[in-house]
Write a protein that binds this ligand. Structure first.
Ligand SMILES: Nc1ncnc2c1ncn2[C@@H]1O[C@H](COP(=O)(O)OP(=O)(O)OP(=O)(O)O)[C@@H](O)[C@H]1O
Length: 367
């Protein structure tokens, strides 16, 4: 097992800077996820850790060891690729044994280790089957077994579930977490699927355009996003353009809707960071944090609006409310009494001040 440290890492392909000024510390035994949209630099970063690319600038360390220019076969990392990259004409046993043969491990030892790892991924019975005769999920297990059998210090998984259907993805998610906790191996998982990242990871790094915007636990990233890109990429969110009016010792007054409405927030709404002068900031609140009532509500942070749309999703109901032209999305659990809600009726919304986050606005375009 090893920790991984990236210091000021940059990777350029000609004029394209795929990854820039990246500083990351991945702890021993951690399940760490690189999350971001297509082309944001996740795979490039993973490949620099595997040794398939060398950084243009910066240092990669495993523990204290400088690995920046060490070739892949000397890194002791196991990698699972998006397309599995198995040898289709070989059997399951031969695929899994391949890395051990290359490392000149004795054949009795190979037999034992392959048998053990096939047991772990629940494929013992398929040892002699040709890989091309297996289902997608089974092939994924072979790819995992092949990465694990060499007993790597670090496991690298590049969108390993993207070729599987939704049900199998769920199953394999659990399987990967089970294996990771059995082996207690430092793992980096690349995905563009925020649900996968939130449900599996100890910590997540969120990337966009080659830049890492935030590193944190799933809860931190969801509840205290660093900016509007992170907030909108992970989960659903309402953005409200705003202006700071008065900053008091405990309460900050904010105006919205061209100054016609005032809201109050406290200092923790700023993720413990005061915005710089002239910094463009925006108010954000998750749809499940807004309280909705068909009865008139008075008091602080209460807004009156009209229902535009109600959508039923089984366990949850999503209500779109028009507040003087500002569309706010509210999510309610099915267990709440919503049967009296109807399109084009008036409702009252409460935005609890401790659920409001004021964050830097870095994207030109909002979701
Ligand atoms: N070998 C290469 N040569 C030139 N440009 C590259 C190369 N590899 C990646 N890039 C560019 O670097 C940027 C980051 O690519 P990368 O594959 O790391 O993104 P990603 O986040 O993994 O995307 P995806 O989820 O689509 O795999 C992209 O603009 C891509 O076009």
């Amino acid at each position: 097992m090893a920790s991984i440290n990236l210091e000021n890492v940059q990777k350029a392909f000609g004029k394209v800077v795929a990854v820039d000024q990246l500083n990351l510390e991945i702890k021993e035994g951690e399940f760490f996820t690189f999350l971001g949209p297509s082309g944001c630099g996740k795979t490039t970063t993973l490949r620099m850790i595997a040794g398939f690319y060398y950084p243009s600038k910066g240092v990669v360390r495993f523990g204290e060891k400088d690995m920046t220019r060490v070739p892949p076969e000397k890194r002791n990392t196991g990698m699972v690729f998006q397309n599995y990259a198995l040898f289709p004409h070989m059997t399951v046993f031969e695929n899994v044994a391949f890395g051990l043969k290359v490392r000149k491990v004795a054949s009795s030892e190979i037999k034992k280790r392959v048998k053990d790892v096939l047991g772990k991924v629940r494929l013992e019975k398929y040892s002699d089957r040709q890989v091309s005769q297996l289902s997608g999920g089974q092939q994924q297990r072979v790819a995992l077994a092949r990465a694990l059998v060499i007993e790597p210090e670090i496991l690298l998984l590049d969108e390993p579930l993207s070729n599987l259907d939704a049900k199998l993805r769920d199953e394999m998610r659990t399987e990967i977490l089970r294996l990771q906790s059995d082996y207690h191996i430092t793992t980096i998982y690349v995905t563009h699927d925020q649900a996968e990242a939130l449900s599996m990871s100890d910590r997540i790094a969120v990337f966009n355009f080659g830049v890492c915007h935030q590193v944190g636990t799933p809860l931190e990233i969801y509840n205290e996003p660093a900016n509007d890109f992170v907030a909108s990429f992970i989960g659903e969110i309402n953005f409200i353009p705003m202006k700071i009016e008065n900053t008091g010792e405990k309460t900050i007054e904010i105006s919205i809707l061209d100054g016609t409405k005032k809201l109050h927030v406290n200092h923790t709404s700023f993720n413990y960071r005061k915005p710089n002068d002239n910094e463009d900031v925006i108010l954000s609140i998750r749809p499940e944090s807004i309280k909705l009532s068909s009865q008139r509500m008075e008091g602080m942070n209460t807004l009156e609006g009209k229902i535009e749309l109600i959508q039923f999703f089984g366990s949850m109901i999503e209500v779109l409310v028009n507040v003087n032209g500002l569309m706010l999305r509210v999510n309610m659990l099915n267990s709440n009494n919503f049967s009296n809600l109807q399109n084009r009726t008036n409702v009252w919304l409460n935005l609890p001040e401790d659920r409001i986050r004021i964050i830097p606005k870095i994207s030109g375009e909002m979701k």
